[in-house]
Write a protein of this length. Structure first.
Length: 534
């Protein structure tokens, strides 16, 4: 052990052991060293003795393993049905099929009033839709903003990182020049020859405070075999994180778990081994069941091996039909109701009862999947799409726990993806004179403040949950805006549509719905009624 290592080991455990004087516990001799105060740090426990993980920095622990984790994560999503379903479940619940801007400028910080904010919002939102709901927001002219966001979220789940480069492109017939070019996270890497540069971590160049100052993007994907012949395969481009006036040049969506972490890991990292083994076990059970199903029984006989081979058509024999004709006589008996099956002399049939399917298979797999579901932060019911053992109360509890995670992911997506991109578009709109925002660069964050409307949660029991929403609004615990947002709706559009429908009903002489009587409908319960009405 070197001197430096000895010093480090001595410094790491200055208070780990407690010395007791000889004779204190009834034993003589020199002072005794007790075990660690924390049992998890014990070195004399047989279960923990060989558990000595490294204590590296965030980047030192992750970056050497990142390529392997990403490759295995993608393979699971391609070939494991549960893993593919988990990714789809997460994208469906975090974003879903709805993504709408609800501009919410900080009018107090801007020295304005609420009426100005409402008018500004009604101007900005339709303009943003002309950019976000068309493929002109995509540099590849393929996806709209919802599609780009779903792809970025999926990339962040599978790879750990999602990367987008805002580019300025002028194209005929397109009103907006701000485009997004999504980059595979594999292209974010440290250039060859710069591996020992402590300021470049996984392609992210940082300053002495740990802030990213530039990103090193490989010009081609390292795994693209169609571009392997190009000379630029080993070339990188250094892209600054911001322009001199503060406009973002790279949007890096990743989830940090530790201080000083430059990249992120796939969501399956903690349960990858369990996923792999569960899939192998399931395939083994399926193969065994299929193979056992092919065996109907055994024919025990005193025939020599050559005759048995001829029985099944080998070595030029005529097969089973010929053998039956010679040994028993006539053609083989076909199965029918009440049939008697004659056998050759000296032969008997032994039945075959395979132990498949394995009766313990379902319970064991369910236990493993519950462990996996906890590791990727979703309930077992959502992972397995199995609600067969769930009533309303337990389903509601499971979904509430899931929505704590989904809402956290939504906030993460808003803060580090949606709002920064909205800010890029808004800068162009302001400079083009389409949006009035005096002193925009001095008040950028105040103008760009926004809420985002995603797909609705849905309802387990529509009657119960509609009644709960009504009670929350009437008691002041919620607002129409919040309740509509939970269902992926814009509250102002809902009110305008209701006004149009009410006016049309009056014009046609039709009465409106009796909402009071509707909301008084008794919601069903999980418990059966004592005296149900026939």
């Amino acid at each position: 052990m070197t001197e430096a290592v000895q010093i480090r080991e001595t410094a790491r455990r200055p208070f780990r052991h407690v010395f007791r004087q000889a004779g204190e516990n009834g034993h003589g001799g020199s002072p005794r060293i007790d075990a660690a105060a924390h049992k998890g740090a014990a070195t004399d426990d047989p279960m923990l003795r060989h558990w000595t993980p490294a204590t590296g920095s965030a980047d030192a622990d992750l970056l050497p393993d990142l390529d392997t984790l990403v490759a295995r994560s993608r393979d699971m999503a391609r070939n494991n049905g549960l893993a593919a379903g988990a990714i789809q479940t997460l994208t469906d619940n975090v974003v879903g099929h709805v993504l709408r801007l609800s501009a919410n400028p900080n009018w107090r910080a801007l020295g304005r009033d609420k009426e100005w904010a409402d008018q500004w919002q009604s101007t900005v939102e339709p303009l943003f839709q002309t950019w976000a709901e068309t493929p002109q927001c995509d540099a590849s002219r393929t996806l709209n903003f919802l599609g780009l966001t779903l792809l970025a979220l999926r990339s962040a789940l599978l790879n750990g990182d999602a990367l987008a480069l805002p580019v300025w492109l002028e194209r005929p017939g397109e009103a907006w020049r701000t485009k997004l070019m999504l980059i595979e996270a594999d292209r974010l890497s440290t250039p060859h020859g710069r591996e020992n540069d402590t300021n470049i971590r996984g392609g992210v160049e940082i300053d002495r405070h740990g802030a990213p100052v530039a990103y090193w993007i490989r010009k081609t994907h390292p795994g693209d075999v169609y571009l392997a012949w190009q000379a630029s395969i080993d070339e990188w481009e250094r892209i600054p994180a911001f322009t001199p006036w503060g406009r973002r040049m790279v949007i890096h969506l990743h989830d940090k778990e530790r201080t000083g972490q430059s990249r992120a890991k796939p969501i399956f990292s903690a349960v990858m081994r369990a996923f792999r083994q569960a899939n192998a076990y399931q395939n083994a059970e399926l193969d065994a069941a299929v193979n056992n199903a092919l065996i109907a029984g055994f024919l025990e006989s005193n025939l020599d091996p050559t005759a048995i081979l001829d029985l099944f058509g080998g070595a030029g024999g005529g097969g089973f039909d010929q053998y039956w004709n010679e040994q028993v006589g006539g053609t083989p008996v076909r199965l029918k109701s009440g049939a008697f099956l004659p056998l050759p002399i000296g032969a008997k049939v032994a039945s075959y009862n395979p132990d498949r399917p394995n009766t313990a298979f379902e319970a064991f797999q369910e236990a493993v999947l519950r462990h996996i579901a906890a590791g990727i932060h979703i309930p077992y019911e959502l992972l397995a799409k199995d609600f067969s053992k769930t009533n309303y109360s337990s389903a509601r509890a499971a979904l509430l726990e899931a929505w704590r995670y989904f809402l956290g992911r939504r906030r993460w997506l808003m803060d580090y993806w949606l709002t920064p991109i909205y800010e890029l578009w808004l800068e162009e709109a302001v400079n083009a004179g389409k949006v009035d925002a005096p002193d925009y660069y001095a008040n950028r964050q105040s103008y760009a403040r926004a809420r985002w409307i995603f797909a609705g949660r849905g309802w387990v029991d529509p009657v119960k949950e509609a009644q709960a929403a009504q009670i929350r609004i009437e008691t002041g615990l919620s607002t129409l805006e919040a309740e509509c947002a939970e269902q992926g709706l814009d509250w102002e559009e809902v009110l305008h549509q209701q006004a149009r429908e009410r006016a049309l009903r009056e014009e046609l002489g039709m009465s409106g719905p009796d909402t009071a009587s509707v909301m008084q409908v008794q919601a069903p319960t999980d418990q059966p009624q004592e005296n149900p009405t026939p």
